[in-house]
Design a protein around this ligand. Structure first.
Ligand SMILES: *[C@@H]1O[C@H](CO)[C@@H](O)[C@H](O)[C@H]1NC(C)=O
Ligand SMILES: *[C@@H]1O[C@H](CO)[C@@H](O)[C@H](O)[C@H]1NC(C)=O
Ligand SMILES: *[C@@H]1O[C@H](CO)[C@@H](O)[C@H](O)[C@H]1NC(C)=O
Ligand SMILES: *[C@@H]1O[C@H](CO)[C@@H](O)[C@H](O)[C@H]1NC(C)=O
Ligand SMILES: *[C@@H]1O[C@H](CO)[C@@H](O)[C@H](O)[C@H]1NC(C)=O
Length: 792
């Protein structure tokens, strides 16, 4: 045929690119080459769309259709269709040819056919790009052999039908256009839906999965299964789902795209702006999109910062650059029941994968159900207002996790019991050196010079002559070892009333470390009696910093802090591997001891303890030039002197402990004690002084109720859990009239006691707000408590 021998119609499109010529069609026997991606382009008659080779990576090309006009924000055109998204071709020798047999073939360099239209014709055929963006292979009489509109990739153009046989498949990521995990299609109920089709699992997330189709406004009995976006901005589907874009009615360029984040959006563009904007999207809260953060993670969303993924506690991220891989456990769990424990996560729900669903179970029944099943990874136990019952769901997989203040569900995560929370622990927090002490070295608080007291004491006890001897010996020691930086430090510290002790001295003082009085972060505390008859508490650190200089620098900063509600450090010992801290001794032990002994505290003492602790913390947070976070407020760390004046201990410890050996793993630690930890730790949110406020609030709740944050839970199966219920129960009881008597532990005496108790409850509940911004600062707490402190 003579017609088929016609050369290409060469047309110069001056309006788009002066340097490149483009074709309006491709005839039989001709081809477009990937070697000339700028010239071998077919352009629609109106110039809006172009088809050709599109470079998607280094020397990797796809045959695609795109909007000729690039968005002004970037240099990459907006692609609307791709022939070979999962099999890009080489930039050399690859071409798209229309064979004499009428087949459109994409052939890679090695003569491998990567894609074809699978058509055949003996007539004259031509490939055209229509004005609507449809790439069409048709015979001269008009019979359409193949069209790109029949095999959409991730985009529907106005007028393009989504039908029974077709679906949209999202891209893998914003930069990777190969097939991703999200599909838009008609399900078997004729409902247009979004499906997460991940590597391991698949689930539908739109319309809202827990609604029946008709509740979601979908009609299931129209089996024609067709959906289309019209040019004015109305998208309608045969299941009676219709939406209009926010700019409906305007003549704009529009496209409906299933983005790589699983959200379906309509984009609009006013050519004068050249920039696409979203005029409609299917899902407002992107955390509702399944699989978005991968397994074993939680998603949180806010309007300002968008979506954020973080691993569940005890899990670690698999691939920081691609959250679709989610997190993996950083522990191994055996089937042994006594090795598991549960971590309570407030406002967290994990959708799906419920192995069991039981109504009206008690908490302990629900927990037993999970712990008896080796495959149970955790459970959700929530109160359902509708039925007035507790619902229990046990989970065999932890997926589609979401954290939001609006979610009322509580998830209990199964974790190993082995490691203790009060020491260090792995987590996803990537940069939590925030808790490290940061204060100015130069800063020396106006300070009672303890050395002057010491001096007096020595002078009286030993006499002036002996004192001179000591000084002489000391000067001699200094001179024999003039280069030792440690002695230099030692000297300066002595000036501040701070001492270096020898290990043997402390060993003797503690009678060979025989009288243990407590265990806390980083070490064991022993009671000791110094040779000068002072009672001391000596803490033996078990994982302290190796370097003596470094240790000393930190000790000296902590030693300089001085406040009546902070425990005083009298000295330290750094010898060989031994690192010890010497503190003043507190006669009445810790608040924890008092609480467990019941009734040793009345309301007035309790109030004073709350106020004093708040003052100590406020000083740490605000009065130091740079704030210090304590990060481990709990009754064990609030010590009481002979007058029940509280003193906060263990502050600044994180600086002294040796965490460097954990640096090669990607994870550092959550600090704190289960039961007292603020939600920020768990959800990988910024750590501020409000974490201490939260822990302080929990301590107040314990004081008020006489229950410890963990003890009431420990009763169940001998398995302890994360806190939260203490708070919830106080909140709930407070709603009832005459609540006061129901929640308090020390019996209320006078009216003034009632008032104090009410103030404490109010302050406590403010401190334990989930949202850190809703919590007061420590100095605001001091103010609130002070203005109700009517007692002299
Ligand atoms: C794009 O994603 C696919 C599928 O996950 C992967 O095989 C391919 O390597 C990715 N391409 C790039 C350039 O990252
Ligand atoms: C089914 O949907 C199509 C397309 O929306 C519509 O034209 C048709 O009238 C519907 N049929 C019924 C029975 O509702
Ligand atoms: C479709 O929706 C419209 C309005 O939303 C409603 O009036 C109509 O009854 C629905 N049709 C069907 C078949 O459900
Ligand atoms: C389960 O673990 C506990 C504590 O680790 C151990 O004492 C017990 O022997 C174990 N039981 C079995 C059946 O392995
Ligand atoms: C829930 O269980 C309790 C006892 O276990 C029973 O008294 C109560 O009637 C049950 N409630 C419902 C709604 O089934």
């Amino acid at each position: 045929m003579a017609l088929s021998k016609l050369p290409f119609l060469l047309i110069l499109f001056c309006s788009f690119d002066l340097s490149s010529s483009a074709f309006t069609s491709l005839a039989r026997g001709y081809s477009l080459s990937a070697e000339k991606p700028a010239q071998d382009i077919i352009v629609s008659q109106n110039g809006i769309f172009s088809a050709g080779f599109f470079e998607i990576g280094d020397n990797a090309y796809c045959f695609a259709v795109w909007y000729t006009e690039k968005p002004n924000s970037q240099n990459i055109p907006t692609v609307v269709w791709t022939a070979n998204r999962d099999q890009p071709v080489n930039g050399k020798y690859s071409k798209l040819s229309l064979s004499h047999a009428g087949n459109l073939e994409l052939v890679d360099a090695g003569r491998i056919q990567t894609w074809s239209s699978r058509t055949e014709s003996h007539e004259h055929v031509e490939l055209y790009l229509n004005d609507d963006g449809n790439l069409v292979l048709h015979e001269l009489q008009g019979t359409v052999l193949w069209q790109s509109f029949d095999s959409p990739t991730d985009t529907l153009l106005p007028g393009q039908l989504l039908i029974r046989q077709t679906l949209l498949v999202s891209g893998r990521s914003e930069s990777n256009r190969s097939s991703g995990f999200y599909n838009l299609l008609f399900d078997s109920d004729n409902v247009l839906s979004l499906l997460y089709n991940g590597p391991d699992v698949s689930s539908s997330y739109w319309p809202v999965p827990w609604l029946v189709s008709w509740q979601a406004g979908r009609f299931t009995y129209n089996s024609s299964r067709v959906a289309v976006l019209n040019p004015l901005g109305e998208f309608s589907s045969s299941d009676n789902y219709t939406i209009r874009t926010s700019d409906y009615g305007l003549a704009l360029q529009r496209r409906l795209t299933l983005d790589s984040d699983g959200n379906l959006r309509v984009y609009s563009r006013d050519l004068s702006q050249r920039k696409w904007y979203v005029s409609w999207q299917a899902i407002a809260d992107s955390c509702n999109i399944h699989g978005i953060c991968g397994p074993n993670s939680v998603c949180s969303f806010d309007q300002k910062n968008g979506r954020k993924c973080s691993c569940l506690p005890w899990y670690r991220v698999k691939n920081q650059n691609d959250w679709s891989y989610g997190c993996e456990p950083a522990f191994t769990l055996t089937c042994n029941k006594s090795e598991s424990t549960f971590l309570e996560l407030q406002n967290v729900e994990l959708y799906g994968y419920d192995n069991n669903f039981v109504k009206n179970h008690t908490y302990s029944n629900c927990e037993t159900l999970c712990i008896e099943d080796c495959n149970c990874k955790g459970f959700q136990y929530s109160f359902d207002e509708g039925s007035g019952q507790f619902l229990c769901y046990t989970k065999i997989q932890l997926r589609n996790g979401e954290h939001s203040p609006q979610l009322t569900g509580v998830t209990y995560l199964r974790v190993p019991r082995a490691k203790s929370f009060s020491s260090s622990r792995e987590s996803v927090k990537k940069d939590d050196h925030i808790c490290d002490v940061q204060i100015y070295r130069e800063y020396i608080k106006k300070h009672v010079n303890r050395f002057s007291y010491l001096f007096l004491w020595f002078a009286i006890a030993l006499g002036a002559f002996e004192m001179v001897c000591i000084l002489v010996v000391w000067c001699f020691l200094m001179r024999t070892n003039p280069k030792s930086g440690i002695d230099q430090h030692g000297y300066q510290l002595v000036k501040l009333g701070f001492r270096k002790f020898s290990y043997s001295e402390l060993k003797e003082a503690t009678k060979g470390f025989s009288q243990e009085i407590g265990r806390g972060a980083g070490g064991i505390v022993y009671r000791g009696l110094l040779s000068d008859q002072r009672l001391v508490a000596i803490k033996k650190l078990n994982e302290a910093k190796e370097g003596e200089d470094e240790f000393l620098a930190e000790v000296s900063t902590i030693g300089r802090l001085n406040h009546m509600n902070l425990i005083e450090m009298w000295g330290y010992c750094a010898e060989g591997k031994h690192r010890l801290l010497v503190y003043e001794y507190m006669e009445n032990g810790s608040l924890a001891d008092c609480l467990s002994l019941n009734n040793t505290l009345d309301w007035s003492k309790m109030y004073n303890i709350a106020l004093g602790t708040a003052r100590g913390l406020a000083y740490l947070h605000e009065e130091c030039l740079e704030w210090i976070l304590h990060c481990d407020i709990k009754p064990q760390n609030i010590l009481l002197d002979s007058n029940y004046e509280p003193k906060v201990s263990d502050f600044g410890l994180s600086k002294l402990l040796n965490r460097d050996n954990l640096k090669d793993s990607k994870f550092s630690m959550i600090r704190g004690t289960r039961g007292y930890m603020a939600p920020e730790w768990i959800f990988n949110l910024p750590i501020t002084s409000k974490v201490d406020v939260y822990s302080y609030g929990v301590v107040l709740l314990e004081m008020i109720t006489g229950r410890t944050a963990t003890a009431d839970i420990q009763a169940v199966n001998g398995v302890d859990t994360y806190n939260g219920r203490l708070k919830t129960s106080v909140r709930e009881k407070r709603r009832v009239a005459s609540w006061a008597e129901k929640i308090v532990d020390p019996p209320i005496g006078t009216d003034s006691d009632v008032n104090k108790m009410k103030v404490l409850v109010a302050v406590a509940l403010k401190c334990v707000e989930e949202d850190k911004d809703a919590r007061p600062t420590m100095s605001q707490v001091v103010e609130m408590l002070q203005c109700h402190d009517t007692d002299p």
